[in-house]
Write a protein that binds this ligand. Structure first.
Ligand code: GTP
Ligand code: IMP
Ligand code: MG
Length: 357
């Protein structure tokens, strides 16, 4: 079985959290990282410790999983080696020798370039300039870097032969559909497509080999960096959203002050994993969710951070224990998108999930 986990809005939907659950629960033989590169920050907890992983698959928390980084992913050698050390995964991780390598100059350009830094609001991780150079065909590949020599493999060969043997493969994509270079809110996008099809390409498997595409949405929509967020909640429109008025007054009761969107971001704890920038908060964008489910070919849907807007659902693991209002909220999302919500996340720890698969 091959499952791809992909983001349905603007990234940071909680893919890391869902993957950590699947890694523990389904014990995949292989967890492979797809996506752009170290611009992504996946948050995952293992035994109470928090990891913000930018290179290593979050599935590392299952100690029996083989960990792979696909050829489509940009590798920052220093960061990769550091995360290997922190996670203690040296003996079971490898990347494709054809991964392109981010160098210092790519990071420098990403942070210094007025258009990239100011207008697009990139993460400064060097991904855009590195992908541009990759297209120019002058970039270095992982196989040319001596420090990475011990970590190289042919990822498509490993993954396709594992599929032939009936093994379980979990592919973790990064970013979100609306940051796609092809389909997103151009020019406020990342430097590559971010849909499930691209994740398969990143790893080197054909579309016929994918069994499930699980699209992840947060219970509300967030965006970090520049670009439109149509459902942004502000002092001007919060009257339209009785649901969000209640959350706002809850936040104020807890002592949060300032502009409406800042209060909500602080209350919900929405700060970027990579850049520590505050994420903007919007109500759930159904229109964008429906479209991304379509292009991704979603077979299932995961919804995260339910406990943040329904605190009574914190750490609930049984559907019957969810509150009535939370169940109604999920039903509405399912109805609007036309895909079954099979994993409902109720807290940051891997086990905080209602599994309806
Ligand atoms: P990108 O690849 O950067 O798009 O990351 P991501 O989709 O893995 O999400 P990221 O980890 O950046 O952000 C999600 C945040 O929500 C993290 O801080 C998670 O710990 C947290 N989180 C995820 N699911 C839940 C949940 O159900 N409840 C709570 N309270 N927090 C959650
Ligand atoms: P870049 O990918 O660093 O070039 O950034 C381009 C845009 O995508 C910026 O708006 C970033 O904030 C956004 N972005 C890139 N990666 C992520 C991610 O993993 N989560 C959320 N936003 C991201
Ligand atoms: Mg993130």
């Amino acid at each position: 079985m091959v499952t791809i986990v992909v983001g349905g809005h603007f990234g940071d939907e909680g893919k890391g959290k869902i993957i950590s659950y699947l890694a523990v629960k389904d014990k995949p033989d292989i967890v492979a990282r797809a996506g752009v590169g170290p611009n992504a920050g996946h948050t995952v907890f293992k035994e109470g410790r928090e990891y913000g992983l930018r290179m290593i698959p979050c599935g590392f928390i299952n100690e029996d999983s083989r960990l792979l980084v696909g050829a489509g992913v940009l590798v920052d050698p220093e960061r990769f080696l550091n995360e290997v050390e922190v996670t203690g995964t040296e003996d079971r991780i490898a990347m494709d020798g054809r991964c392109a390598v981010i160098e210092k100059r790519h990071k420098k350009e990403d942070s210094a370039d007025e258009f990239l830094k100011k207008k697009v609001g990139t993460t400064g991780s060097g991904c855009g300039p590195a992908n541009a150079e990759r297209a120019h065909r002058t970039i270095r590949l992982a196989r040319e870097i001596p420090r990475l020599r011990g970590y190289l493999t042919d990822v498509p060969l490993e993954v396709n032969s594992a599929i032939d043997q009936g093994k379980e493969i979990l592919i973790e994509a990064s970013q979100g559909f609306w940051l796609s270079l092809f389909y997103g809110t151009y020019p406020y996008v990342t430097s590559k497509d971010t849909s499930a099809g691209m994740a398969a390409v990143d790893i080197g498997i054909g579309p016929t080999r994918v069994d499930d595409v699980m699209v992840i949405y947060k219970s509300y929509t967030t965006r970090v960096g520049e670009g439109p967020l149509n459902t942004l909640i502000t002092e001007k429109n919060i009257e339209k959203y009785p649901f969000w008025q209640d959350i706002l007054s809850e936040a104020k009761k807890k002592g949060f002050t300032g502009k409406v969107n800042d209060i909500l971001a602080h209350y919900l704890g929405e700060k970027g994993t990579v850049t520590q920038r505050q994420r903007r908060i919007g109500s759930f964008d159904f229109e964008l969710a429906r479209y991304s489910a379509m292009v991704n070919g979603a077979t299932q849907m995961g919804i995260t951070c339910l406990d943040k807007i329904f605190p009574e659902c914190y750490q609930v693991r049984d559907y019957d224990d969810l509150s009535k209002r939370a169940k109604e909220y999920i039903r509405e999302i399912e109805k609007e998108i036309g895909v079954n919500a099979t994993l409902l996340s109720t807290g940051p720890e891997p086990e905080d999930v209602v599994d309806l698969r």
